[in-house]
Write a protein that binds this ligand. Sequence first.
Ligand code: C2E
Ligand code: CA
Ligand code: CA
Length: 562
Amino acid sequence: MHNYRENIGLRRHILIVDDEMINREILGNLLSAEYEVHFAENGEEALKILRGREHIYSLILLDLLMPVMDGFTLIDIIKNDEKLRAIPVIVMTSETDAEVKSIKLGAADFITKPYDMPEVILARCERIIELQEDKSLIHAAERDHLTGLYIKDFFTEYIRQIEKYNPDHSRDLMVLNIEHFHLINELYGRSEGDNVLICIADILSGIFKSIDAIGCRTEADYFYMYAENGLDYEGILKQILAGLSATCPSYHVRLRIGVYPDVDKTLLAENWIDRAKTACDRIRGDYSRHIAIYDNEFYEKSKYQERLINDIDDAIASKDLLVFYQPKYYIQGEKPTLKSAEALIRWKHPELGMISPGDFIPLFESNGLIQKLDRYVWNEVAQQIDRWKKDYGVSIPVSVNVSRMDIYSPRLREEFLELLEANNLSAKELMLEITESAYADNAEQLVNVIENLRNDGFIIEMDDFGSGYSSLNMLTTIPIDALKMDMKFIRNMQKDEKSMKLVELVLDIAKFLHIPVIAEGVETEEQMMLLKERDCDIVQGYYFSRPVPADEFTKFFSDMSA
Ligand code: C2E
Ligand code: CA
Ligand code: CA
């Protein structure tokens, strides 16, 4: 068995509270060889000595019958006091029924008067101190220092214990996370960040107690809870937010909750946490949702996405990724003429069939794989342009999509130049579409990248214009060569006047900037004519053609202007 005294080498402090001098002397003599001994003559004096120095006392020896404040009163105060509670109390008494009463009140042990067996008294003191220290040691190991909540390992162990003895209950695992917690630390300081964490932990502790749940904190700003199935998570969220706005009223803390309801008991607690966390992380940055439930659909979707992530390398290696081409027509002439094309990716998965980019582009944008995929497309396109030139004698410019992540890759310009060189292309032949939302990210860097690319001769089209937040101001500072009008305007153009007005506005802006507009998603002759009347230059959409494979695209070559 371990012995703290040897380990730590500190003399413990004991407070002896007794109104009779003779008792104080006997006990003092008995204990002072081993301990630092302090004395008080009644409960009130004891409190004065203890206050502010609670942490130094390892034990209180307490007489029950004393003037001013008796032992019963003192023990009651001690056990109801946050700071004093941890100090064990041994009562000293000659009445047996008082012993029972004091143990009930919370005393750790008792010693009977008169003190005729010194070794017994010493041994009891030592045992009680050791017990208490074991308890706080365990407490420290299972609790997170900052918030007092459990740590994750203990939490999962606790869940295992609950399930061992009580496996038939349906329960939920909840994960709560603070949106942009690092920003709170950066903007308001770490101690303010700590405050927020403590505040959330305190509110959660109250909730845990009231609904008989357990919880922990981990990875700085994640809180987990294991509780009965079917709780009112909206209510819990509201309760925490209300508490937070009282604690830190000067700024707004946003929270996300992910719930894995009715956990599958055949899986491990760690899997439950993963699922709740997946749900929680899925709504990161989504300001319209605060609570995400991990359900079957969610599970299927996550599995599907995992599969896509796993298979992407194979798809690139075995050319299951196909590049389709959609023509863009110039419509202001007597008859429409083929102007260029846009390259759009398709995934012909050997088992899952044809997958549309809407299913994997956003996924790969979120995890960075888009860079790999885009390079594959750019390379395929560059080769294709060269092949058409050789086989058909036509030079058809093709635009490729450039994701916002690509913009920040330091070798972007070199990569494009290498691509031109390797395929004997001029910069005009490989056009670049950059989505409007990328322009809001980091305008300065973007302007830089685009200026350099334009100096090299590349043509830059701003994609999805009107779908995001680009301001007119930005348009005048960012050098671009064409605006691609978002297709939602075209879709609604004939339905509501506002959309038509916006189409006209976009066309006016482009005229002001002396750049052409490409209208996307044009499906009918009527739409095409309305655009033509309003001086729109270029049209892309199902009206002319859906995106088609490269060999099929050659049928449009006869529409090229001489
Ligand atoms: P986007 O760049 O705005 O591409 C236009 C989308 O509109 C394409 O969808 C195209 O097939 C579709 N479209 C064209 N004409 C019409 C029409 O008349 N009616 C309708 N309803 N739709 C039309 P797709 O091919 O499904 O691509 C969706 C998005 O995926 C693209 O939007 C683009 O953001 C992204 N994407 C596609 N290929 C790539 C790629 O190689 N790299 C990157 N980074 N993104 C790509
Ligand atoms: Ca595009
Ligand atoms: Ca677009």
